[in-house]
Each structure stands twice: as C-alpha cells, then as structure tokens.
Design a protein around this ligand. Structure first.
Ligand SMILES: *Cc1c(COP(=O)(O)O)cnc(C)c1O
Length: 373
C-alpha cells in the first residue's frame, strides 16, 4: 500500500552531511542537534544516522527529548539545555545526560540532585536568551568551582549561543565568549569543551569553532542562512515530502478554487488534488504560492491551503490520479534516470515568509516517515 502522506528520509544523507561537517571543522568535535523530533526528521533515527557519520555528541533542548534517546538505547554523549525548576535532574544524571546550566539557581538545584552532574555552564554573550548574564559570570563560575570541589558536579563545558546578527555583532560575541573562558580558567575551571557556534557560525567563522560545534539544520542538509550555499559545501537535504495525487480535474477559465475562491483560473487548466494540508505542516501562508512538482513539472498551489489538502495548478501538464506530487526534497531520479529538480524547503520558506527550519520541523504527525539507507 502506498502511504497517503510520506516523508522519505535518507539516513545516508544525514550520515554523509555529518562527515562533511566534521571534516569542515576538524579538529573541533561535532554535536548533532536532534531536538524537536530531529527537526521533523525523527530524533532517534537522525541521531543514529548522525552517529554513523561520526558525530561525537548529540544535543537536544530538554530532558524529555534526552530520555527518549536513552530509552531507544542510544548511549552517546548527550547534552540537554532547557530546563524548568524541578526538572528530573537526578534521572538525567543516572542516565548520563549532560546538563546545560544557565544560572546559579539552576546550578544549586543540579548540585543538590543525587549523583554527580556533568554540566556545561552557559554564559549569555549577547543573545539575551538563556545563560548567565555578564554581571553574574564571576559568581556563577565561583559557585561552580565550589560545587566541583565538593564532588557535586563536574564542569565539562563552557558554552554560549550566537545571534547570527552579522559579522560585527557575531565577532563581539566571539570575543565575549573568549573572555568568559579566560575568566572561568582564572577561577580554576578547566572544562574540556568550549562551544559557541551552531551551523551558521561554525560554517562562517573558523575562530568560532573552539573545541566543539553544535550542528542542527546543516545535519539535515539544509542551509542555516541565505548567504550559505549548503549544496556547494556538499550537504544533501535528507527529507523529501510527497503524496500521491488523489484527484485530477480540468477546470475552465474563470472558475474559483478552494475556500473563499482566492484563486480563479486564468485559463482552462489541470488541477491536481494533493492530500497534504496545514494539518501536516504545509504553511497556510503559502496559499496561492507554494510550489509542487508532479511528473517533473513544478506547479503552484491554487487557492487556500486547507487542513488536509492542497490543489495544485498544473496548466496543461498531463497528470493522473496516483502520480507522485513532491512538495520539497532532493533532486529525484525520474523513470528515465535523469535527475529532476524539485522544490526545496527554502522555496517553501520563501513562499510562506519563514525559514527552512520551520518548514521541516512542523511536518506533522500524520505524515509517515520512511527511512532509506
Ligand atoms: C537549535 C540549537 C542549535 C542548532 O542550531 P542550527 O542553527 O540548527 O545549527 C545549536 N545550539 C543551540 C543552543 C540550539 O538551541
């Protein structure tokens, strides 16, 4: 039986991307970030594929995500960094999950959990999200030293996160981060891992790589920024989203399509019904714009995206029920073996006024993920 809604995910592409990224930043170690269900690609499968490609570390946002990886039998070094007061720190320590720690209050809580916590002290170098504020660094580090001497924690890393706000701002953050490392050393901390850069920073700035880099979006073969050419780096998009055409109609010029008749046919045209909608992560903002490839020809959504369905305007291209509609992905081989270019997650981001991260991460639960080697 063919799946109604299908995300084909190439584990081989994820492994390959990890190898490419590793080579790019060596001798720095690499962390594959598999939060938010592996950016929609499946956390466990993406983690396994990234480890096969040489990832040294895995990263997730929260402990629920971390426990899911451990429950699946993945025992690689693993960092989780977003915690509420009262989070399951003792369980995390027992499961050898390392903890990103962002404040002295959080440090105190982790130090009083059972077992010795492996922690990565996060400093805010300008992003103004998580991490100890500049004025708190000294106390944060001194308390960490005290907890370490008492055997309550082991400081394994110092880290921060870039705003990707242009070279001048990013450079300032890199300088602040270097200052944080120096301050930590001056109070007696000697962690093995210094990590600042995610995909964009690591690709753009060699001096932002320190001893570890956290690769999220690029692990999946997608570009972290419009001025980074992922394909030129050798990265391959891992996910292809597709569905079979379930209905085809010839509509006459002037007829309206989908709710509200936001679209009217300019000429007689072939309309293909594709069973993917905003319930599956197709952004409704891409109504009348989103590109879909059928039989090697790219048409665009006619009218509004519905919860379960979109209508694709295919002009005079012959389309039959059962033909495969590709929403985005890598180039695919058509029946004659020639590569066919299909829309990308970036094309959808443009159509919806968002970023490729959101396009892949929001692919919904109804979409079956099928993994290919
Ligand atoms: C999500 C995230 C990353 C990965 O970012 P990409 O831009 O996808 O590479 C790295 N570090 C932190 C703290 C994150 O939250």
């Amino acid at each position: 039986m063919t799946d109604l809604r299908l995300a084909t995910i190439s584990a081989a592409a994820i492994s390959h991307n990890m190898q490419v990224l590793r080579a790019l930043v060596a001798p720095a170690k690499v962390m594959a970030v598999v939060k938010a269900n592996g950016y929609g690609h499946g956390a466990v499968e993406s983690a396994r594929a990234a480890l096969a490609g040489g990832a040294d570390w895995l990263g997730v946002a929260d402990l629920t995500e971390a426990f899911a990886l451990r429950d699946a039998g993945i025992d690689a070094p693993l960092l989780a960094w977003l915690h509420q007061p009262g989070a399951a720190f003792s369980e995390a320590i027992r499961k050898n999950i390392e903890l990103g720690i962002s404040s002295t209050a959080q440090l105190t809580e982790v130090a009083s959990a059972s077992g010795t916590a492996n922690v990565h002290l996060k400093v805010d170098t300008g992003l103004h999200r998580n991490g100890a504020a500049l004025g708190d660094w000294q106390q944060f580090f001194e308390e960490a030293v005290a907890h370490e001497l008492a055997g309550r924690i082991q400081v394994r890393g110092i880290w921060s996160h870039l705003a990707n706000a242009g070279t001048a701002n990013d450079t300032k953050q890199i300088e602040h981060f270097s200052a944080a490392i120096a301050l930590a050393e001056s109070v007696g901390l000697r962690p093995e891992f210094h990590h600042l850069a995610a995909s964009e920073g690591a690709i753009k700035y060699p001096h932002a790589r320190f001893t570890l880099v956290r690769f999220g979006i690029s692990t999946y073969g997608l570009t972290p920024a419009n001025d980074v050419d992922a394909a030129a780096l050798g990265l391959v998009p891992a996910m292809t989203l597709s569905a079979p055409v379930v209905s085809v109609k010839r509509a006459a010029a002037g007829e309206g399509v989908s709710y509200g008749f936001d679209f009217r046919c300019e000429t007689d045209t072939n309309l293909a019904l594709v069973p993917l909608g905003y319930g599956d992560g197709i952004p409704r903002q891409a109504s009348n714009r989103g590109p879909v490839s059928i039989n090697g020809v790219t048409g665009h959504i006619a009218g509004r995206v519905a919860m379960d369905q979109i209508v694709v305007n295919m002009g005079d291209t012959p389309v039959a029920v059962g033909d495969r509609a590709v929403v985005f992905g890598s180039s695919i081989s058509s029946s004659d073996g020639a590569p066919t270019t299909v829309p990308s997650a970036e094309d959808w981001a443009t159509a919806a006024g968002t970023i490729n991260y959101e396009i892949v991460t929001r692919i919904g639960q109804r979409v079956v993920r099928r993994y290919e080697q």
